[in-house]
Design a protein around this ligand. Structure first.
Ligand code: GLA
Length: 393
């Protein structure tokens, strides 16, 4: 897992390595902004130094043949006949990207896409909530974009990848994961307005600080259905506020804290809680952006913890393992903040830990989590990284 995936591809291809071009796209953590993206709100993710890498070589026919080093599996499909493959989950992300890239190309510049031979390797732990699927989409999108001179912008590649996930794979995710995988930058977080897609890079002054991911190692099967339930609960809140406010409300983004306070009592408890989380979480993202700019890490940490409690108590997407990890971390010295990251129901927490307290942090988390759950948690110390790109070898 630790191995650099580009190096693994090069080793695997041996004497043929120069016949290929290489691309990579990162996974992500979301510093703050949980479940705000599909409500047209704000998020503040960071691209991480764990990637999916792709080696690609031209073909003259319409076949895309893909070999995954990690799964030791080969799959192929015809560019013009992308059909959901029930037997191999991962190939569908690639089929989806290729399908929607082509759809855009035909309407636009009329370039001709042919097939590719593709090899894939990665070091993003899957199931940890670090967005290995968005990274796969972006790495493949970069490869086609560059090799067939399609001239899509990074933002367009992110949108095409999201469309692939929504409409081909069938997961109703927001834009955050694809956007940060395409447009992240080293030493920066990215503040994104998910409605306008305006964004700004926020310098991370994390010299004596480490980003530590603690993986619960527990995946809950509910994640997809619960995610869709949350989307429909937010839509119910939108409908309600639209009927109450004298301005159009198309997403919870349109409801201010004052609007919420004035009208919240007409909502059922569950819908009120969901709306309250989203509306205040948007405010916390803005506060965190400002605190990062002022290098006020205490304030950043406070917002992270508030975000976690809100995701736990109001949005109800946490799990007892995630809560336990946040609880242990919050009581340790040198921890600025801790919260669940990603969709929830398992996956990981993100922790901002003083470098001088790192050893103790690792020890205490591992021991205490194991005592309570019987599970050895996995810890990853991560760095920020650049977004999707070609790699010259
Ligand atoms: C998943 C989705 C994202 C976002 C997060 C929750 O990672 O892919 O679009 O909604 O959950 O913040």
């Amino acid at each position: 897992m630790e191995n650099n995936p580009i190096h693994r591809l090069i080793r695997h291809l041996g004497k043929n390595k120069n016949k290929f071009k290489y691309f990579k796209a990162p996974g992500r953590i979301n510093l703050i902004g949980g479940h705000t993206d599909y409500n047209d709100g704000y998020v503040l993710p960071i691209a991480i130094n764990r990637n999916i890498a792709v080696a690609a070589k031209y073909r003259t026919d319409n076949i895309v043949e893909v070999y995954s080093l990690d799964f030791n599996e080969k799959e192929s499909f015809n560019l013009n006949e992308t059909v959901y493959n029930e037997d191999s989950e991962w190939i569908n992300y690639i089929q989806g990207v290729v399908k929607f890239l082509q759809a855009k190309v035909v309407k636009g510049a009329n370039h001709d896409i042919k097939g590719l031979d593709i090899y894939i390797a990665g070091n993003i732990p899957s199931g940890a909530g670090l967005s290995s699927s968005a990274a796969l989409e972006l790495a493949v999108a970069e490869a086609f974009n560059s090799m067939y001179n399609l001239n899509f912008t990074k933002q367009e590649l992110a949108l095409i990848s999201q469309q692939a996930e929504n409409e081909f794979v069938g997961v109703s995710c927001g834009i955050m994961d694809q956007f940060i995988s395409a447009l992240g930058e080293k030493d920066n977080g990215l503040f994104l307005d998910c409605r306008t897609l305006d964004y700004s890079l926020i310098k991370l002054d994390f010299k004596q600080l480490k980003i530590v991911i603690t993986d619960t190692k527990k995946k809950h099967s509910l994640v997809n259905s619960a995610y869709n339930d949350r989307i429909s609960e937010c839509n119910k809140a939108v409908k309600y506020f639209n009927s109450k406010l004298d301005k159009p409300v198309s997403k919870l983004r349109d409801v201010s804290i004052a609007d919420y306070q004035r009208h919240k009592n007409g909502l059922s408890e569950t819908i009120r809680n969901r709306a309250e989380h989203v509306i205040f979480e948007n405010q916390r993202v803005c506060k965190t952006r400002d605190a990062l700019k002022n290098n006020n890490l205490k304030e950043v940490g406070k917002n992270l913890l508030e975000s976690h409690n809100s995701l736990k108590n109001l949005y109800e997407v946490s799990s007892k393992e995630l809560d336990l990890l946040v609880d242990i971390a919050s009581n340790l010295d040198g921890v600025y903040g801790s919260r669940m990251t990603g969709a929830g129901f398992g996956g990981s927490t993100i922790n901002l830990v003083k470098e001088s307290n790192l050893k103790e942090f690792e020890k205490e988390i591992s021991i205490n989590y194991k005592i309570e759950t019987g599970i050895e948690p996995e810890l990853y110390i991560l760095e920020s990284s650049e977004g999707s790109t070609q790699i010259k070898i």
